[in-house]
Design a protein around this ligand. Structure first.
Ligand code: BGC
Length: 250
């Protein structure tokens, strides 16, 4: 039996969506994208989500998972990275449920990507403690004990050594901004992963985000004891994880 849900990944520049067969983690439609409206205000984002769902011709019973770059507790967005500050302390799940007239679950984008990897990707056989990191404009993180998510870890905002907010130094955005070599970037990332190793002693690091497609260029420069592997679900991870969590929660 197939189980089709809708996954939506809200980012600072684009809002992406697809139907997901949550029994396999496969996309059940093509992935569609609409640019994020200027300012990424909640109502405008909700309208884009509505438009995406209508383009997907989703079954009326399909649950919706929406992930975004924010801490989310009990359906309330508690922070906002690259989206409007109006999301802070907003009842995002209520707003989207009303706007879409469907059952909606809202979660952090890196947590969603991590769920996709732990369920269908590089972490599917992992046991113990796993950390997923997404390398994009910022650094997202997701922490798992066995397959259970410990949500909202926000490791990208750790202060490490002289670096306040490690994502401003080691993210893919920082790599592009500072025009450094892959080796220099790998060494910056090593500081991040070595620090996490010291704090958490994970059994596995999974590295996702757009840059993980060319992981062989910078992985060799990240010298840590813990096994480090690229994500397998690539840039649909947020969509797949959001749809999966919707089924789990709703
Ligand atoms: C945000 C996180 C988000 C990550 C990736 C960070 O700046 O604080 O909530 O998961 O970026 O988008």
């Amino acid at each position: 039996m197939t189980s089709i849900s809708i996954g939506i990944d809200v980012g600072g520049t684009g809002i992406k969506a697809a139907l997901v067969d949550t029994s396999t983690g496969e996309l059940a439609s093509s992935r569609i994208r609409i640019p994020t409206p200027d300012g990424a205000e909640p109502d405008a984002v909700a309208q884009i989500c509505k438009e995406l769902i209508s383009q997907l011709e989703a079954p009326s019973s399909a649950l919706v998972g929406v992930c975004l770059p924010a801490v989310v507790t009990h359906g309330i967005t508690r922070s906002a990275a690259n989206i409007s500050d109006s999301w802070i302390d907003l009842g995002a799940e209520g707003l989207l449920t009303a706007a879409l007239d469907r059952r909606v679950h809202v979660l952090n984008d890196a947590d969603a990507a991590g769920v996709a990897e732990m369920t269908y990707g590089a972490g599917r056989n992992a046991s113990g403690v796993t950390i997923m990191a997404t390398l994009g404009t910022g650094i997202g993180s997701a922490l798992f004990i066995q397959k259970t998510l410990v949500p909202n870890t926000e490791f990208g905002h750790l202060d490490i050594g002289e670096y306040i907010d490690i994502e401003s130094y080691a993210s893919y955005g920082a790599f592009q901004r500072d025009q450094i070599s892959q080796e220099q970037w790998g060494k910056r990332l090593e500081k991040f992963f070595a620090h996490l190793e010291k704090l958490i002693s994970p059994g596995l690091f999974i590295v996702g985000g757009g840059a993980s497609k060319s992981h062989e260029k910078f992985f060799p420069f990240i010298k840590v004891k813990t096994q480090l592997v690229p994500a397998e679900t690539k840039n649909a991870a947020g969509i797949i994880g959001a749809a999966t969590m919707a089924v789990q929660y709703l």
